[in-house]
Design a protein around this ligand. Structure first.
Ligand code: ADP
Length: 380
């Protein structure tokens, strides 16, 4: 194509040779892992930061480089617990990386754990286990497996386990068993969001690798960086914008990306995100969302009470049994959490909080996504 030299270098899995603006985090992790040079167990590390702040890239980068020098002293295993989202899957992944075959189901996690201990006693002295997006699994299955990992060293002879836990949900840490929290958090590292200038540097570096020489100008980079900076400093979002804008330009046969391609890319990415969220929403959550859309035709914000009334009317009209006001209030929190609506507390009264509800995404996008994801609602 005219735009891309190597499009895949803009995909989130690619880890570049250098990671600008993460020198401090890299140095700190290298320091903590320094005992690996002497075949000694490093402290466990807990890494926090919002999505796209470079947590995964930095961790992989450091481990890969240390491994080049000290491969006889340690091994490392990376598990993403959003993908491997059960204790069974996590243990199976780890065992498989140690070349131990595990049936897809059928064993108890206790048995898998025993096998892991047995296996670890055969391998290198130090095993670093990286558990990425660790909150995803813990929310569903609790932190028992983390507790077992932190205690495993008591059962090991020669080998020792060090953990690196990564999460973008700081609040989640407070839900952990205090013993797990203090053990996993022996060392803590925070990844702050990137600002627009930092994102520009990251984008420039990647554009050089992935795009043809004249396919991009500074104003396009600046726009991608500014948009992603507003989106909590997310480098993944910045790179997605650049990649999708490039795809749009290439589709249209152009040899240069323009700011209007970036604008189109923004809408496309937003739409995909909303589609994905809505496709997993339960029926009544969608109904609440429609009630909000209808209510917002006449007003700029709605109170929680107004949303509930509009929802009741809608449920009635459709002939479906309604859920309680309490449940609607939970649904509003959930919609706020996933970034479809904004719920702002305006008053803490005797009877609970009053919130002002508005949309966080354009009405058009939501409406199209709802209609396409639910036939019952589409037929209204
Ligand atoms: P997180 O794990 O915090 O969600 P990632 O490490 O997956 O974020 O980073 C998201 C994307 O941004 C990846 O493609 C990664 O390579 C890139 N990225 C993040 N930080 C940097 C950086 N400092 N320099 C270059 N690329 C980066």
């Amino acid at each position: 194509g005219k735009i891309f030299r190597a499009r895949e270098l803009l995909l989130p899995d690619y880890v570049p040779e250098t990671l600008p603006h993460r020198e401090n985090q890299i140095r700190k992790i290298v320091e903590i892992l320094a005992p690996l040079a002497r075949s000694e167990k490093p402290s466990n590390i807990f890494i926090y930061g919002l999505t796209g702040t470079g947590k995964t890239a930095v961790t992989k980068f450091v481990l890969k480089n240390l491994y080049k020098r000290f491969s006889s002293n340690f091994i490392y295993i990376y598990v993403n617990t959003r993908q491997s989202d059960t204790p069974y899957r996590i243990l199976a992944d780890i065992l498989e990386s140690l070349n131990s075959k595990v049936p897809f189901t059928g064993l108890s996690t206790a048995e898998l754990f025993r096998r892991l201990i047995r296996k670890l006693n055969e391998v290198n002295p130090i095993v670093i286990i990286v558990l990425d997006e660790i909150d995803a699994m813990v929310k569903k299955h609790g932190d028992d497996i983390l507790y077992r990992f932190t205690r495993a060293n008591n059962e090991l002879n020669k080998s020792k386990i060090s953990l690196i836990g990564i999460t973008n949900d700081v609040k989640f840490v407070e839900t952990l068993d205090p013993r797990v929290k203090s053990s996993l958090g022996e060392e803590e590292i925070v990844f702050p969001p990137y600002n627009a200038e930092e994102l520009e540097d990251i984008l420039k570096q990647r554009a050089k690798l992935a795009l043809n020489e004249n396919a991009i100008k500074d104003d396009v980079i600046k726009l991608c960086a500014a948009l992603a900076a507003r989106d909590h400093g997310d480098a993944r979002r910045a790179l997605d914008l650049l990649r999708v804008a490039g795809e749009i330009a290439e589709r249209e046969g152009k040899d240069q990306i323009t700011t209007s391609d970036v604008e189109k890319a923004r809408v496309e990415i937003e739409r995909d995100r909303v589609y994905e969220i809505l496709s997993t929403l339960p029926f009544h959550s969608k109904l609440v969302l429609i009630a909000i859309l209808k209510g917002l035709r006449d007003k700029s914000t709605l109170t929680t009470g107004e949303v509930y009334e509009a929802y009741l009317k809608l449920a009635n009209k459709m002939g479906v049994e309604s859920v309680t006001q309490r449940r609607v209030s939970d649904i509003l929190n959930e919609l706020d959490m996933v970034g479809i609506i904004t719920a702002k507390v305006v008053n803490r009264g005797r009877y609970g909080k009053t919130k002002e509800i508005s949309l966080a995404v354009s009405e058009d996008i939501i409406l199209k996504a709802i209609v396409e994801s639910d036939e019952r609602i589409a037929s209204m």
